[in-house]
Ligand binder design. Structure first.
Ligand code: BGC
Length: 468
């Protein structure tokens, strides 16, 4: 088979037909409703967040927030000014890989050390207080992994995602684990709220863009970054699995923000595509069989999918055609050696003769390529990126349809989004929009505004600490 036909075949394997897209949206709506009724292991978790209101923009105060994401740990001090604006000081630390797969105590100890360093630099006064009790900071803890939440500041870890694998933490309350390390260091901090990053993003977007402003209503907070997920507000009476007798303090509340954990949509692969590269990738992850939707969409996986595809066509792409094959030092056979910035750069390359792709392939994989070979690599990258964006439209369409937001609100529907993929992958939002138009949303797609909610998770955690 020629290179052109091989590439064509792989591109087809990554193509989402209109029929598949619509079947996925229908299945997403079913999974949403099922998850609201039943506790489920393989299904979409639909986790009640215990957050029962969204901000108005008038909130005020200084709060600490920490944010553990797939790649970084951030410590922030957030000042909410009460007029939809905030000031933020933060320190950011890439989490060392050894901690990501190490022991619980060491990991949470590392987080507490970073909090201590931050306090020493930015809130030295707090250490000088004699009556520390009166000056205790309320801290919001953004934890971007699935937890079974039992109160605003309680939640047990269901499983790790995005490459983390600290086995003995699963099943433990992550707030208690962090508070214990904070107490050991005698820091004046009370962990007041445990917040998923998507819940934080929804809160931030509502704070910075209060309802009614810019003529829109914030419906969804979502992340397309190392991982993917979304949160939205649901009527408490619709959350059949939420037992009000166990949570009597919620009896008068009307709404609750739900952390959908849509990364686990269709773990059974009833509708979403599953080609041989997806299959190989799944086997390389520490959570095989879970978060299957995420593994087709988010930043942690796009580069790895490209690597697996390139392995299949390596004999056509990296040799022959008069180019030198200096493959002895290649990363091609090293799992996770390509991060998502690589397909993003290749996809966006509009330089003459794809020279940027040439440099990238040479520096990362060690190969020279001909122009035809680079065109093939670009086509493959684009296919992976486009599938990711089309699938990303599924939960957005699904939640808009499930909540009947287009009929309920006369204004536009606002979606607050954060994460490296939506921010940096070329044309990601435009591709989501093309896909939205192909669903039942149709030309109402223009009423859906997707706005970047930068730093959403940190500010959102502060907003939740305030509620607490
Ligand atoms: C986690 C979610 C998180 C998402 C985005 C997923 O892997 O399960 O809790 O919201 O990544 O960070």
């Amino acid at each position: 088979m020629s290179l052109v036909s091989k590439v064509q075949q792989i591109v087809e394997e990554f193509t989402i037909s209109d029929e598949l897209l619509n079947a996925a949206v229908d299945h997403f709506i079913w999974a949403t409703e099922h998850g609201l009724r039943h506790h489920t292991d393989l299904g979409m978790p639909m986790i009640p967040s215990f957050v029962t209101s969204v901000p108005t923009g008038k909130e005020k105060g200084t709060f600490l927030a920490v944010d553990l994401g797939g790649t970084n740990f951030r410590v922030c001090s957030v000042e909410l000014n009460g007029d939809s604006t905030y000031d933020l000081i933060q320190s950011k630390h890439p989490v060392p890989h050894d901690y990501m797969v190490g022991k619980t105590e060491e990991f949470f100890g590392y987080l507490a050390d970073k909090i201590e360093e931050f306090l020493k630099v930015h809130h030295e006064g707090h250490f000088a207080q004699e009556d520390v009790e009166k000056k205790i900071f309320k801290m919001g803890f953004t934890f971007s992994f699935p937890v079974d939440q039992t109160a605003l500041n309680r939640g047990t870890l269901i499983r790790w995602t995005k490459g983390y694998d600290i086995k003995d933490a699963v099943g433990q309350d992550v707030v208690l684990l962090l508070q214990e390390q904070i107490n050991k260091r005698k820091l004046p901090i009370h962990v007041a709220a445990l917040v998923n990053d998507t819940v934080g993003t929804l809160m931030t977007r509502s704070y910075t863009k209060p309802e009614g402003s810019e003529n829109s209503t914030t419906l969804i907070g979502c992340i397309f970054g190392t991982g993917t997920n979304g949160a939205y507000s649901e009527k408490i009476k619709t959350i059949a699995k939420f037992d009000l007798t166990q949570n009597p303090e919620m009896i008068n509340e009307k709404l609750m923000v739900i952390n959908t954990e849509w990364g686990s949509f269709d773990n059974r692969l009833k509708v979403i595509p599953n080609n041989r590269f997806d299959d190989q990738l799944n086997k390389l992850t520490p959570n095989p069989g879970y978060h299957m939707f995420e593994k087709r969409i988010s930043g942690m996986f796009l580069g790895e999918l490209l690597r697996l595809v390139l392995i299949e066509v390596q004999n056509d792409i990296f040799t022959g055609g008069g180019v030198s094959d200096n493959s002895t030092n290649t990363n091609l056979n090293t799992p996770w050696s390509l991060d998502s910035s690589i397909p993003a750069l290749i996809d966006a390359d509009d330089s003459k003769d794809l020279t940027k792709t040439q440099q990238m392939v040479k520096s990362v994989l060690g190969f020279d390529t001909t122009i035809e070979q680079r065109q093939a690599i670009q086509q493959l990258s684009k296919a992976i990126g486009k599938r990711s964006a089309y699938l990303s439209a599924v939960p957005i369409a699904g939640l808009v349809l499930h909540t009947k937001a287009l009929e309920k609100f006369s204004q536009d529907i606002d979606v607050g989004a954060d994460g490296s993929v939506v921010e940096f992958y070329p044309n990601f939002e435009q591709m989501i929009r093309v896909a939205l138009r192909k669903t039942k949303i149709g030309d109402q797609e223009k009423r859906i505004k997707i706005g970047l909610a930068k730093d959403g998770s940190g500010v959102g955690a502060a907003l939740c600490a305030l509620v607490a």
